[in-house]
Design a protein around this ligand. Sequence first.
Ligand code: FES
Length: 575
Amino acid sequence: MTREDGPLRSESWWDTGALDLIGHRSQFRMQGYPEETFLGRPIIGIMNSWSEVAGCNAHLRDLAEHVRRGVLRAGGFPVEVPVISLGEPIIKPTAMLYRNLMAMAVEELIRGNPLDGVVLLASCDKTIPASLMGAASVDVPTLMVTGGPMLSGRFRNEDVGACTDCWRLHDELRAGRFSQADWDEFESGMCRSDGHCSPMGTASTMGCLTEALGMAPGGSAAIPAVDARRRHVAERAGAQILDLVAAGTRPSDIMTRAAFENAIRTLHAIGGSTNAVIHLVAIAGRLGVDLPLDLFDELAASTPLLVNLKPSGQYLMEDFYFAGGLPAVHAQMADLLHLDALTVTGRTLGESIAGARIVNDDVIRQRDRPLHAGGSLAILRGSLCPDGAVLKVSAASEALLQHEGRAVVFESVDELHATVDDPALEIEPDDVLVLRNAGPVGFPGMPEVGHLPMPDYLLRRGVRDMVRISDARMSGTGFGTVILHVAPEASAGGPLALVRTGDRIRLDTAGRRLDLLVAAEELESRRRAWTPRPVRDVRGYRGLYVRTVTQADRGCDLDFLVGSSAPVRAGITHG
Ligand code: FES
């Protein structure tokens, strides 16, 4: 990749016969670029997930301009390449269904074009992991600039975050303690600026983990989207990518096993989203790095929760930035990290966090005063989830972490919404709500419906949490004693498919167990009588997805995309 090692990858597009060459060069000349502006210079693709149907990414055109300036300043030739974008709340049936499609688009657009280096621009939940997955597969020098969080929302005298406070206040609306006028006023102040959601939801988590992996510049994750310093990061990134190209540093040099361990510890320390477990496994899978779920639990045991952000705590990303951001967190837990891990700035993680300090120690806790001593996520196993399930302990109710209750089963998302408020179900606070057929294959796409609504008659009685179990996901901004990602999912024949209303279920968080208390012979008899539900989506991309998606413990990638790719070498015919 380096000048010393050989020609730039892009040069093979110019080093072709006259007929091909005229086509290749004319694509840039027709845009007004004389050939001396691009021939012989590293061509940098700015892979931009800007879209007006992905509001969290709507400011990325502006950031792209700043990346462009940096590339030009450092002697490269920038080209902006639009990629698929996914607006988490808007795209149906769920953004997760299309994460792998976006990853394929990123991968193939890098692979098929004369790009020597790549700057990924992504902001909303799925666009960050999708971009990293695609870039990891091609393994051309890459760095990411994330879109950054929106400013803290404001409702009357209170900071509010999208969407942790939506869930909380919607329950108040359903309980009759909040009027429609209150709700409308709250909504108008919830999202006050460009940027992704402001709690430590999935986008904030993935922004932090991208930095922890070394793929984003140190200190960049928490800078608010509209702060000029995010543009500074973008401009510098445009120059830094040229250094990565010159050094021949690829994603596989940065996203090593050690870097993933740093990311997992970071996930626990920041109280990050349960979704990140799936995304990290999927990104690692593209690089041939195996991340078993048990590794998440093993590292949780010795990683304190240090960041006091919603939904696990009190504050929002804007507070986090001014409290010191991720470098201050990493400095507190330096002995737990692989400090020699390389980052995209060319510095190691240790060099990157040198001198970082906490400015507000209520937002970022000192090591000796954590919010929770043993990490924020727990991996459960047991007869109900032989291949694992995830519980965000830090956002759960302490009193429910050890619990046994009667199962109340909902066969589908539609049935849940149609019946959960029906008093005839006689749901009691000690019951365990179970939703199935909402996993990767069952829905399909594993929507964020795992934060099951509780019956409104219980909300009116003041109940605010129950044990809830599903093969679905939950928004990273959600909270409660919510057990997610049950694997295998019901539609793949997992034990979740066999639960009946009235069965007893036991959650033993301390022992990391989730068990269906039904005799083995009875379960075997139910299994013999079980038939899979017909698959709904059989055509096009959705058909491909349903046929090839892996279970949650394997990252929900498409099975044929898992595994490392051969590095792309210079040349048109063998990318
Ligand atoms: Fe995009 Fe929350 S909707 S980050």
